[in-house]
Design a protein around this ligand. Structure first.
Ligand SMILES: NC(=O)c1ccc[n+]([C@@H]2O[C@H](COP(=O)([O-])OP(=O)(O)OC[C@H]3O[C@@H](n4cnc5c(N)ncnc54)[C@H](O)[C@@H]3O)[C@@H](O)[C@H]2O)c1
Length: 267
């Protein structure tokens, strides 16, 4: 339970109640990390972020939380300043924040959909990575894990904007891994498939509407797309992120790891 003992870890998009960011924050804290729980605040309400921090503290872990919109340069500078002031280093960055943007019939997607998908998934990551890399270089190493998607590995109807942005995340991961390996910085991404979170609820609701079925039937039918026959649990993605963040993967960089119950088996 100590694979991240003493590591200073930043996680974006970490407050969503059933999200992968939260699941990863809890798991990393249980592995001994000092976790910086961040998320975009709704109406300046820091409550959801604080909930995650409180849960970690109540389980004997170490964490602090703050609001961070990954598209906002001031938020990013504030985050990095606060983390460096408190801990003096940044060991791991998990770029997890995401939005269900760029999803739907390609002809109905407007420029705003495309821009939102790229602003959050691609430019948000670029900004955060640019902010932490100089410190990782100076301290002699670090780890970055990006949350991409199986939609960033293969084409999928109705996912053009979202999927194109996730292909960019996979590409960014590989190029930066090649560029910064010489600084002992490892950069990988996870590619979740169908994971049971608030984001995938949108897909389930769409299926219910399109096929006029109840939620249980929709989940059953959608699960048939997965070789392992079920939606993934956010904690199962968190396990993969912990592995990539820890020394257990110390000779692994530049990979896009599907965590998808076999959905990528045919690729
Ligand atoms: N759920 C799935 O099936 C699935 C599959 C593949 C990839 N993903 C990816 O996994 C990641 C986590 O998604 P999730 O399924 O846990 O969904 P989620 O909706 O539970 O979590 C997404 C989080 O990102 C945050 N966020 C959105 N915009 C932000 C911004 N501008 N700045 C900071 N935070 C922001 C949200 O507040 C939320 O906490 C996302 O990148 C998503 O694209 C999800």
């Amino acid at each position: 339970m100590n694979s991240l003992k003493g590591k200073v870890v930043i996680i974006t998009g970490a407050a969503s109640e059933r999200g992968m960011g939260r699941a990863t924050a809890l798991k990393m804290a249980s592995e001994g990390a000092n976790v910086i729980v961040s998320d975009k605040l709704k109406n300046d309400d820091v409550g959801p972020v604080q909930d995650v921090v409180d849960q970690i503290l109540s389980e004997g872990g170490s964490a602090f939380g703050l609001g961070l919109d990954v598209t906002n340069d001031i938020d990013i500078k504030n985050l990095v300043d606060q983390v460096l002031t408190k801990y003096g280093r940044i060991d791991v960055l998990f770029n997890n924040a995401g939005v269900p943007a760029g999803v739907g019939d390609f002809l109905n997607l407007d420029e705003r959909d495309w821009r939102l998908a790229f602003d959050v998934h691609v430019f948000g990551m670029v900004k955060l990575i640019k902010a932490v890399l100089p410190h990782m270089i100076e301290q002699g190493g670090g780890v970055i894990v990006n949350n991409a998607s199986t939609a960033g590995l293969a084409g999928l109807a109705q996912f053009s904007g979202y999927g194109a942005s996730k292909f960019a995340v996979v590409g960014l991961t590989k190029h930066l891994a090649a560029e910064y390996g010489s600084h002992s910085i490892r950069i990988n991404c996870v590619c979740p498939g169908m994971i049971d979170t608030a984001m995938s609820d949108i897909e389930v609701s769409g299926f219910m509407k399109d096929h006029n079925v109840d939620r249980e039937t929709a989940i059953k039918e959608l699960s048939m797309l997965v070789p392992l026959g079920k939606y993934g649990d956010p904690a199962e993605v968190a396990d993969a992120v912990v592995f990539l963040a820890s020394d257990k993967s110390k000779y692994i960089t530049g990979i896009a790891l599907p965590v998808a119950g076999g959905m990528s088996a045919g690729l």
